[in-house]
Design a protein around this ligand. Structure first.
Ligand code: SF4
Ligand code: SF4
Length: 208
């Protein structure tokens, strides 16, 4: 074997001796660092304010739904995770101001990537996202959320649809935020669409 090959082998052997020591140094240094383990679910770390969590379908102040069933959110979704079927409101059965409402609304959380393009596409701010990230389940079917789990819970002063628009108000008043709350004639109605898993209190739905 040539002399320079011997020299190379000797250098490698020397380096090999010190490699484990470098590894032990990393271990020893890490032992004295503060651990950053999160003890979830016992201790929950708050999300960032604009975290993209579970969606919410918002309501007008009197309880009518903001969704008009236009499907723009579904068309904007790159993961094909939203399914909407619109239907006509009637004077005896009204769920939203104006002509149409979202009769069927589904979000498939097996597909959703939390990108938020759907909420940007919504023309009425009906669809927003909350800070709720606890959405695991033990079967695939329950990860397809329907209106009962997406609609914002009724707040004080709201009445569950169907009901008439506020007396004297038209749909423009609703979209411009001029409707203060439920009309006196409907305020005694009972909420029949209580969500199975209500949206998180203080969710971003109102502001995003
Ligand atoms: S957040 Fe993105 S992936 Fe999820 S439903 Fe909206 S558009 Fe689709
Ligand atoms: S959530 Fe918004 S974009 Fe989607 S169907 Fe309803 S109104 Fe249209």
């Amino acid at each position: 074997m040539p002399a320079d090959a011997h020299a190379r082998d000797a250098t490698r052997a020397k380096a090999g001796l010190f490699e484990p020591l470098a590894g032990f140094a990393v271990t020893a240094g890490t032992m004295f660092k503060k651990p950053n383990t999160e003890f979830y679910p016992e201790q929950k770390t708050p999300t960032a304010p604009r975290y993209h969590g579970r969606h919410q379908l918002n309501r007008h102040p009197d309880g009518l739904e903001k969704c008009i069933g236009c499907e723009l959110c579904a068309w904007a979704c790159p993961a094909d995770a939203i399914y909407v079927e619109g239907a006509d409101n009637t004077e005896t059965e009204r769920y939203s101001p104006g002509e149409r409402y979202g009769r069927v609304y589904q979000i498939n959380y097996l597909r959703c990537i939390g990108c938020g393009l759907c909420i940007e596409a919504c023309p009425t701010r009906a669809l927003t996202m909350t800070n709720d990230y606890e959405m695991t389940d033990d079967n695939r079917a329950d990860l397809i959320y329907e209106k009962d789990r997406l609609l914002a819970p009724l707040q004080p002063g709201m009445t569950a649809p169907p009901h008439a628009m506020h007396p004297g108000a038209d749909e423009a008043d609703y979209y411009l935020g001029r409707v203060p709350g439920a009309a006196p004639a409907t305020s005694g109605a009972t909420a029949t669409d209580a969500p199975r898993k209500p949206a998180a209190a203080g969710a971003e739905g109102a502001t995003r």
